[in-house]
Design a protein around this ligand. Structure first.
Ligand code: FMN
Length: 278
């Protein structure tokens, strides 16, 4: 029995009738005696894993190197951010999309001279492992055909996965169905869980979700600073969205979504009868 197994063995057992979240929370606790793989093993594993899915066989759409500037001061953007539930069906520019994606999960600095084997991104990441991927659906962006795209932060480009307006199918996969229909773009935050789990075990799953929150906040603040509405969405049918994106839902699955669009005239917040997912 190694030290982590021994520490776990000495812990009081979780109740037999514990809910899944209790079991998960208990099992993903870190302890002083946990063992992690040695740095060489971690780096070897990371070298074998791609930094970003490449979708090389799909058509590339380069993003403008300098997107639309998000000039609003940070304190103002934080104060002004709301969940925008009413949107006008207007077209965004490719520059606005480039800014949103770059601030959400783009590469911000290189890793030369550091002990980390990957260039760094706009959000913190446990072990700098960057387990997330971003996909985009749009039917309203100038110079982009309606369809589903994947964002590659290393190349600052999109790959066109499938053409066609799928707003209705996306909308139907949401708990609050009508929210996405007037959005100009829907951004899907997906996770290749193994990229964090191989090092951190169950706790890596916590990290993946925490990191998706960082991305969501960057998206919301950037959208606000660009004068756009943003609704971050956790109420969606996982299987429907994973199927739409062609993900197996286990090795690689959707963990968060954000609808982005031109702000509507009224932003009505309802209480979903007190029983919604929000
Ligand atoms: C993890 C998470 C999931 C959410 N999911 C939804 C959703 O599915 N539908 C929705 O209308 N709002 C969703 N929201 C938005 C919340 O309802 C909203 O943040 C909350 O009412 C506070 O309002 P504010 O964002 O305008 O400050 C979500 C927010 C978070 C953080």
């Amino acid at each position: 029995m190694n030290r982590s197994e021994l520490a776990r063995h000495l812990m009081p057992p979780v109740r037999a009738d514990a809910a899944s979240w209790e079991l998960f929370h208990e099992n993903s606790k870190a302890g002083r005696h946990d063992d992690y793989p040695p740095v060489e093993v971690i780096n070897q594993r990371m070298e074998r894993m791609v930094q970003s899915l490449d979708f090389d066989q799909y058509p590339a759409v380069p993003l403008p190197a300098s997107g639309e500037p998000a000039a609003m001061p940070l304190a103002e953007a934080i104060a002004a951010r709301t969940s925008g539930r009413s949107m006008q069906p207007e077209r965004l520019s490719l520059g606005q999309i480039a800014t949103l994606l770059h601030h959400a999960y783009g590469v911000t600095r290189d890793n030369y001279g550091t002990r980390f084997p990957r260039p760094f991104r706009s959000v913190p990441s446990g072990g700098a492992l960057y387990p997330l991927e971003l996909f985009l659906h749009t039917s309203r962006v100038k110079d982009l055909d309606p369809g589903i795209y994947h964002y590659n932060p290393l190349r600052n480009e999109l790959r066109s996965i499938r053409y066609g307006d799928e707003s209705r199918q996306i909308s139907e996969a949401l708990v609050q169905r009508n929210y996405a229909i007037d959005a100009s773009a829907m951004i899907f935050v997906t996770a290749v869980f193994e990229r964090s789990i191989f090092k951190y075990g169950d706790r890596g799953y916590r990290f993946v979700l925490i990191e998706a929150g960082h991305v969501g906040q960057n998206l919301a603040l950037t959208a606000t600073a660009l004068g756009l509405a943003c609704l971050t969405i956790g109420g969606y049918s996982d299987r429907a969205i994973d199927t739409l994106l062609g993900l197996d839902g286990l090795w690689h699955g959707t963990v968060y979504m954000a609808a982005i669009g031109a702000p509507g005239e009224e932003d009505v917040v309802d209480d979903y009868g007190g029983g919604g997912l929000t």
